[in-house]
Design a protein around this ligand. Sequence first.
Ligand code: SF4
Length: 246
Amino acid sequence: MEEITRKSLLYKSGLGFWCINHVQGCSHGCRYPCYAWMMAHSRGRVETYDDWCHPSLVANAEELLRKELERMRNRPENIHLCLTTDPFMYGYQEVTGLTLRLVELINSYGITCSTLTKGIMPVELADSSRFSPDNTLGISLVSLNEDFRKKWEPGAAPYSNRIGALRELHDLGCTTLVHIEPYPTPNIINQNLSELLETVEFADEIWFGGWNYNNIVKEYADYKKFYDEQSAIVSRFLSTRLKILK
Ligand code: SF4
């Protein structure tokens, strides 16, 4: 795997939370399209989509992060991994290994981590001798249909493996999250949101969001009504589950 060096790693994102991205590019190659790819391309960091799908590891990430955390007077309570790449990139053990070392480093400063992946969340994260039990471990999941994944998230982990790994971490006592975004309209794929929700009912948190990246959804005449209905399904599911848990 290729390597690059950076001058800084930790930053506060425009969304208001602290974040690190210790890889440039992402082999998952999402075609929604990927916002991170569009940004990297427009800023001249990556020339082609093919280059984007051949990621480079930030070789000095640990050294940089340690220095940055040491220098900070008011350290954040939480750091997110990642906004512009995937921390557990499918098939890239080097990425997973580096991510685990960075999470361990961050946790050693009493800072929790939130992670979000379309890869396989490693079971090591349940090891409380290395990692904070207060980390939040999340997957992105917008369908259960493998044909959809192959078309829209071609390099990402198969859904059953992605869900299975998160389920295992949940069973080991970790806090888990499922991010259902960007959820497709029926002109992209006709599917049953309730079935997806039932499959991940074990997750501690479920977030839902529409497909805002291009105009495909607007070709579906009733897309606003559709998203209102899907949001209502999620709300009903979450409130029923809350009652069961009580
Ligand atoms: S997993 Fe995330 S960063 Fe990677 S290509 Fe897909 S949307 Fe982009």
